[in-house]
Write a protein that binds this ligand. Sequence first.
Ligand code: SF4
Length: 687
Amino acid sequence: MTEQPSDSNTPSHEFHALKAALDPWFAYSTYRPGQEEMLLRAANTCNMGGVMLIDAPTGSGKSSIVSSMLAKANGKLVIVAVRTISQLNTFVRELALIRKKQPTLRYSYLMGKGSSCPLGGEGDIYRKCEIVKSLSTSLLKERAERGNLNPMEDPFIKQQIRKNDEEHPIICPYFIRSKAFVRSDKTQALRFVASEAVRRKGEVMTTQSIDPKFLLGMCENLCPYEVMMQAASKSDVLILNYYHLFDAGIYEQLCTLLERDPSDILLLIDEAHNCGEVMQEILSTELNEIVLDNAEREIAGLRKEVRNLDAIRHLLPSIKKFIDGLRRSKESEDWFDPALFSRIILKESFFTSIDEVVSELLSAAEVLTEKKQKSGDFRIGGIEQLSLFFEKISRSLTHSSYLTIYRKEGEKIVLHVRNIDPAPALSEIARYHHTTIMVSGTLTPLESYRQLYFRELDTKPISLLSLSNAFPKENRKLLGCEDITTAFKMRQEKSNTELIEEYIMQFSHIPGNLAVYFPSYAMLETFAQATESRIEHKEVFIEPRDASEAALLHATFTELPMKNREGILFAVCGGKFSEGLDYRGDMLSGAMVVGLPLAPYNNVRRMIMDYYKKRYGDAGEFLSYTLPALNKGLQSLGRVLRTPEDHGVLVFADRRFLDSEIFSTIPQWMQDELIVVNINSFSNHAI
Ligand code: SF4
């Protein structure tokens, strides 16, 4: 008999009603430990409306939360936001299983145009699409008004498609085949609708599970995005990437096209520990000298068309001078004062305020964009990037959540206006949606994520749920080293570094493939250099800085066990091999996180911390500085145990993990199972 969730306030009869609603949507015959409680509580949240944060370790069956949402959807659309294709595939598989019980279930996904658009040509894909669609629509309309309602039979349209330059397209043949004008029987007015072919493919997409890698092939000569949108409009569940949800402009457009208000949507956000970072990235912008050179060239070519361009041209040397001044700085990253920047820029210009600069840049960017698009050039221009940068500079003058930073990359200087507070934007999303459920295997401590994401949400109830690790306890060993640290003051201490090397050497004797994660490339290189030649019993792999070499190295490493060989991977916490990758079975038998992977402490970090202290008081330092490091560490260790059959050793190799303020924030199952070791006892426990 199922127990009612102990920490739920749901009365017994409601609990039974929830269970009765959930069961027909649950795809499996049995629940995993803790899974039923999670799904019932999620169903309850969907029923009442509100926000729920769930910390559910790998193996908890968290993708079944979509069953809870469907059970309580009552005609609302379920949207699942994911970050990677592998997450998307997980939900497609889950929904395929649910459909075996619920044959009428319709679902689909929406991938970005960047990965799905087959049209050639360079430049920004969204801009290119917008323009070719607009010109294609005009062409279709003009021909329809002349009575040609079947574009694919229209010789003129066929001729235009033949004439279209593939490298600099001005119309989109895929779009033309995907749309059609029809005449209304009653009014005889023209209506623009999805073509019959798109409607057929949309039907296929919602009723069959189409693997994303076969999407382009399935769409044949139609626009995949139009097919996906057609499918989305007929779906009960839509899977999309974070950017579709977090970019306010894109999401608003999507809701309009789907004719859905967010209050009519149940939202599930997977791998939700990433939300803050992705939201901040979307809200930030940067400027470098290449942009300034491009802007200079564009101004030279635009002088006749836009008055007052001289005023903009005069800005550029001042910005360059400002950048030159920063070149002398000894810091690789530091804050610059936006007020000082504005004064310097305005002093030698014809403008009296930054807002005036923004407005002038926007007008010039508009003319330039139009001119470039006519010639099939869809790249984002220098003036346009400059206008985005000044818009954010203007914001940083009044909003302390926008921090102005410069970074030195060799001889190059990059100016950055970085958003450092995702709470207002994430609170807004939750405020307008009927239900928002965020889930991750590393959303610990939940209370911290609640503060970090929903500080400004006071109109909705927020509930928290943490699950324990459902995998067999006997398959894992969790160790914490009490005698080493990578804390700054100990980094050069010879006895400490030698001990870390000794730990790595002892760790390397654990049978199977292993990974050692470091806080930075610099530290990785130091310790790899010190130990590589001594590790004779395993093949050594070092995470490359260049992303293009990473895939091959990763494949070679993970294939070793199949060839009866073993290796040790030196990688960076938060790098290419520490998140989003599944090392199932023998692919990884142990992971060691050397050091608490805190971001380098500098002026920028201090300012971010000050901002958070103002917002959150004492919790500010933890939220802004320690929490991201803790999450990176947990993500790295989380690569090892991916299925109930996996065995592995997980090592927190820094005594700071054992300090009570940090130890009390790691997941409860880790706190319960962790064995404190020193260099003398490590091997006995680990091997
Ligand atoms: S309409 Fe479709 S095929 Fe054409 S540019 Fe846009 S996304 Fe690409």
